[in-house]
Design a protein around this ligand. Sequence first.
Ligand code: PMP
Ligand code: GLN
Length: 463
Amino acid sequence: MAVSKLLSNSTIKLFQVNNALAVCARSLSTSQVRFSERERIEKKFVLPQRYAGTGESVWNEYAQLAADYKPINLGQGFPDFPPPKYIMQTLSEVSGGENYMIHQYTRGYGHPRLVSALAKLYTKMLGREINPNTEVITTTGAYEALFCAIMGHVDIGDEVILIEPFFDCCEPIVQYAGGKTRCIPLRMREVQGRIPTSADWVLDKKELEGLFNEKTKVIVLNSPNNPLGKVFTEEEMTHIADLCKKWNVLCISDEVYEWLVYKPKKHIRMASLPGMWDRTITIGSAGKTFSITGWKTGWAYSPENLMVNLQMVHQNSTYTGITPIQESIAIAFEKELDRFDSDDCYFKSLMRELESKRDYLAEILADVGMRPVIPDGGYFILADWTPLASKIDLSKEKDQYMDFRFTKWMTKNVGLQGIPSSVFFGEKNKAIGENFVRYCFTKRDEVLKEVSKVLQKWKSQQS
Ligand code: PMP
Ligand code: GLN
């Protein structure tokens, strides 16, 4: 009895140990299986080669930084004041009205009423008849227009000239298309005894000529420029146009800030220069035109044979834009066209308002010891922050580029956010951008006053 009990006890123990070992072994093998399965998945589903090297964009990173630290946000470019009241009313009337079909798909290449309004506007601006159905496309923001224009025209091995500083997404899109970027920087001329302006940043003509060759397919021009605010002169644009004609090159002309040009400068449309309509795709944005970046609607216009390529990319990606949004933007253009020559036209009144904001921000940046570059267009201002370098300790920030460290430090310690300018330069010329921070001035006056206060307070702590 005693023996049998002992035996059964030890059998039970043995059984328990065995069981425990089995459970252990099973869980080990499950976690091994899980681990190798994860590895297997991770290995296979890496970012495809054509996107290799693409990291998180500055817009996503800095929007998060702003959410985390809640600085005064002069980083990402968007107005913080209401758009024209009539536009908001139009959208609510359009979407809440009797015409419920406005909530369904519209024409893929562009809502009929919007392409008509755009064709009418640019026919007037260029003095040539633009066909709304074959020469205009509407897109999900100017971003998609840039995407369609580059993907639709750049083939593997093609070269694309980018003028630095360039709007950052152009570089990766060229890579996705299999093209190769050739960058050329605008360089700041020495100026004595006055604050520099964006017009002091110029291209070296010979350097530009040296970039064109048989492989060159496209040059991207952005005037007025983001982030610099340079408005290219007729002479500068004619030089670029002559090279395009000589080398049979397409110009993708990003003119999203076309209405934001400060006097006495004038916006020149590349497509309006002699011989350039045939080789130019021009891009615009309702976000900039009407202070409605969240409506995410842009467009492109060009001759039909160039437009077909954009249509091919668009039809199999987003296919079509948002109907009530496009209808409302069309109505807005119709209204502005009716009062185009009046001072009340939004294109003019916005420009007037922004000009005084620009001057105010430039003054407060200079006052704190930065060196602003006064922009002739757009709603961003570049400022050389390096005169402040000796007053701050950036050692806690670990980014590769100094402008990233500075802008992050400012966000966390002073409560003001800007955008590091090296993102607008290719690898070789990051050093030019590293000295500058970009601030957006399409903000309410009280916010800009708050910037002044914050900077003054910081300045007083230095001395
Ligand atoms: N091009 C430039 C120069 C821009 O600054 C921007 C964004 N602000 C875009 C294109 C994209 O515009 P959207 O917001 O209409 O997509
Ligand atoms: N174009 C705007 C800018 O330059 C916004 C860009 C973005 O948020 N992706 O700030």
